[in-house]
Design a protein around this ligand. Structure first.
Ligand code: BES
Ligand code: ZN
Ligand code: ZN
Length: 493
């Protein structure tokens, strides 16, 4: 896909589609009146329909007799970047149906200055996100390569192009995360995925270190070893360091990387197992985020830690009731081998805390089915020990439409994690509060860092397509983390 800003007028360009997000405003009406003259089409009917029709976020298509052959008007109920992005996403899908390739986009009527820059960034973000397809294993590929021209009289071309570039790099990170989650587990296994991480970051200012099973065994990563040992493919721990700033403590991002979760000896049911290649979506979000941060050269130090395992049953697998020694020295009774995510994350969290002394530790994990039941597939759970960090993350997500809802890490529930034979058990002895129990378990593996845990089990995959998403992996977390990290970077207030 190709994006460019231009200050040429419509009549100087050869467009297939003219795309315009419209709101119920005088600016929108004025724009359409002006276009009536320029294109010699009567838009009076459209203008009258703006309030009732466009409020619903629908698209109206007007056919013309010459180029641009199609005028696509996307309704925006408010002038927020989120609504504008959704409208553009719907337009992109329509344009694809019509096999259009050169699309002109008008957004000048929606805002000025900084806000207009944000909207232009949304143009490239929305087109790249909504046209994403995972078609690697399909002979017939439907992907289309748009050329998008943003028509602006208000901003300098240099500035507008920078915004377009930012939007496409952000979308690249999201689409990278989607690719990794959509990739089947026979391809994205711990060893192959670790090597892939090395390759993807070569050429960027990023250091990747892969620790193999021997290193993990010798250095006491008992959680990662216990989960990984049932599989023929050995576990890996991947550390991704991006340090553009001297002497700044990094933000640590930890991502659950269970490349396939069969449940282990506590084998999942057929329905439960079907989609468990997605159990590394936390790791994918960390990879996608650092990829974009590095490509954008944002001045913030970040360390990504991703434990990669396959949770499989076998003669070598961990058994229910086994006791293991974790990286921080605590003993855990593995009562249920399907509560594996917390075991590998716990090791990764104590490792990153001790090794890097991070400013914040943020972990992302498809941790519990309970969180899916509690919050569904549009809202992820957030827990942690630092109210300010949690609120920052919630706010970042509101701005990118990746919603988070805080669940309380109620201390009394810790009782339910007490074991007769070890320091902790890995599942509760009671029913209920499954997502919170997962968070409480993880909290046992931190010394004193500021920490937040995102349970993304429900939101990383969608059965329904939406304006910015095809069916399948959503890339949830990448834009929200990017937003958060950019706010924490040098030079931002
Ligand atoms: N990977 C699953 C959680 C999951 C469920 C992710 C549905 C995405 C969609 C996790 O490892 C798991 O199996 N959790 C168990 C925990 C239980 C044994 C305490 C669960 O949620 O049932
Ligand atoms: Zn599991
Ligand atoms: Zn899992």
């Amino acid at each position: 896909m190709y994006f460019e800003a231009t200050n040429k007028g419509i009549n100087e360009l050869t467009l297939d589609v003219l795309a315009i997000p419209l709101s119920d405003s005088e600016n929108s009406r004025d724009l359409m009146r002006g276009l009536s003259e320029q294109l010699n089409i009567n838009f009076e009917e459209i203008i009258r329909k703006i309030p009732e029709f466009f409020e619903k976020g629908k698209i109206e298509i007007v056919f013309t007799r010459e180029k641009p052959y199609l005028v696509m008007l996307g309704g925006v109920p408010d002038e927020s970047v989120i609504s504008i992005g959704k409208a553009l996403g719907r337009i992109a899908k329509k344009a694809k149906e019509y096999k259009a390739s050169i699309i002109g986009v008008i957004v000048d009527h929606l805002a000025d200055g900084e806000q207009l820059n944000k909207i232009i960034q949304t143009v490239s973000e929305a087109f790249s996100l909504s046209s994403y397809e995972f078609n690697k294993y399909k002979k017939e590929k439907k992907a289309i390569d748009f050329k998008i021209l943003v028509l602006t009289q208000k901003l300098s071309i240099v500035e507008a192009n920078e915004s377009l570039e930012r939007g496409s790099i952000i979308a690249e990170g999201v689409n990278l995360a989607r690719d990794l989650v959509n990739e089947p587990a026979n391809e994205a296994n711990p060893v192959k995925l670790a090597n892939f991480v090395t390759n993807i970051f070569s050429g960027l200012n990023v250091k990747v270190t892969i620790y193999d099973e021997k290193y993990l065994q010798e250095n006491g990563f008992g959680g990662i070893i216990a989960v990984g040992k049932g599989s023929d493919v050995p576990p890996r721990l991947v550390v991704i360091e991006y340090n553009p700033v001297n002497g700044q403590r990094p933000v640590a991002l930890v991502g659950k990387g269970v490349c396939f979760d069969s449940g282990g000896l506590d084998l999942k049911t057929r329905e439960g197992m079907e989609r468990m290649k997605i159990d590394m979506a936390g790791a994918a979000a960390v990879i996608g985020t650092i990829y974009s941060i590095a490509k954008l050269s944002i001045l913030v130090n970040v360390v990504g830690v991703i434990p990669l395992v396959e949770n499989m049953p076998s003669g070598k697998a961990t058994k229910p009731g086994d006791v293991i020694k974790m990286y921080n020295g605590k003993y855990v009774e593995v009562v249920n081998t399907d509560a594996e995510g917390r075991l590998i994350l716990a090791d990764a969290i104590s490792f990153v805390e001790r090794r890097f002394r991070p400013r914040y530790i943020i972990d992302l994990a498809t941790l519990t089915g309970a969180c899916v039941i509690a919050l569904g597939n549009k809202i992820a759970g957030i827990m942690g020990n630092d109210k300010e960090l949690i609120n920052d993350l919630i706010k970042s997500g509101e701005e990118t439409n990746e919603l988070l809802w805080e669940l309380p890490l109620h201390k009394e529930y810790k009782e339910n994690l007490k074991s007769e034979v070890a320091d902790l058990r890995n599942i509760s002895r009671d029913r209920g509060a499954g997502a919170i129990i997962g968070g409480l378990f993880l909290s046992e593996f931190l010394d004193n860092s500021s920490w937040a845990h995102l349970d993304i089990a429900g939101v990383v995959y969608s059965d329904k397509e939406s304006s910015l998403n095809p069916r399948g992996a959503t890339g949830f977390g990448v834009r929200l983390l990017l937003n958060f990290l950019i706010n924490k970077s040098l030079g931002s207030s």
